[in-house]
Write a protein of this length. Structure first.
Length: 247
């Protein structure tokens, strides 16, 4: 507990939980059980209780981010890279709005961008330098797990159906948020959206090693591939249902 409030720049080497270690895998198993439990609870709720549950979830998630920001300020460890300007931070903002005013924009953005981003962050976290019992490690696991769980519970409850024809909404979102991240990176020497450097041990790292200065192009190809995997099953389902209607 000596490093509970210690931010990444002040963490000593070789005390983190590590990537794909027994500790990391046990955490993922535990979080999977928690998500499954709450999804099961959510599916049994009526519409009124579901709405209240979603709103409570996004409020608690926002409070956790406020705790992170506030603790960094109080402990004098605040740095520009702690600003909520990465993909999952924008996803949290979209999710907060969705909790109160869900629409096609929020639904498609959450499914096409936030879900794969948060899932990848849990599988290959960039906070492995922290010990497990560290506020910023625990908050990172919490916020990414809530993002994944929230989207999955709405999907499984059939509260929205992903539609590849609506992906333009996600493109518009990126056209707004990516320039913000690029400006912040240039002015503050940060690395939001991993636009400058790939996170160590992440799927982005081999792309950067392979493509070098064309790394950004590689990110676009990876995003297109992720969208294909995410939307192909839904498109096939829609076509099958259309054929059944015409039979």
């Amino acid at each position: 507990m000596n490093y509970f409030f210690t931010y990444r720049t002040n963490i000593p080497e070789n005390i983190g939980f590590g990537l794909f270690t027994k500790t990391h895998l046990l955490i993922l198993c535990f979080l999977t059980i928690i998500v499954a439990f709450f999804i099961q609870r959510y599916l049994k709720m009526n519409e009124h209780h579901r709405m209240n549950f979603r709103r409570h979830v996004v409020i608690v998630m926002s409070l956790s981010e406020a705790l992170r920001q506030g603790s960094l300020i109080v402990t004098g460890q605040y740095e520009w890279n702690a600003l909520p300007l990465d993909l999952c931070a924008f996803g949290w903002m979209v999710m907060f709005y969705d909790g109160f005013h869900s629409n096609k924009y929020t639904q498609e953005i959450l499914y096409s961008l936030t879900l794969p981003g948060a899932f990848a962050a849990l599988i290959t976290p960039n906070w492995t330098i922290y010990p497990v019992f560290n506020l910023y490690s625990m908050q990172s696991f919490f916020i990414h797990t809530v993002l994944v769980g929230y989207i999955l519970m709405r999907l499984l409850a059939k509260e929205f159906v992903p539609n590849a024809h609506e992906l333009w909404r996600s493109v518009v979102f990126l056209l707004i948020t990516v320039p913000i991240a690029m400006i912040a990176n240039a002015k503050l020497d940060t690395n939001f959206f991993f636009l400058n450097v790939a996170a160590p041990s992440s799927p982005l790292e081999p792309i950067q090693h392979m493509l070098g200065k064309f790394y950004i192009f590689g990110l676009l190809v990876l995003l297109a591939f992720a969208w294909f995997l995410l939307y192909a099953p839904w498109e096939l389902r829609a076509r099958r249902l259309a054929r059944e209607v015409h039979v």
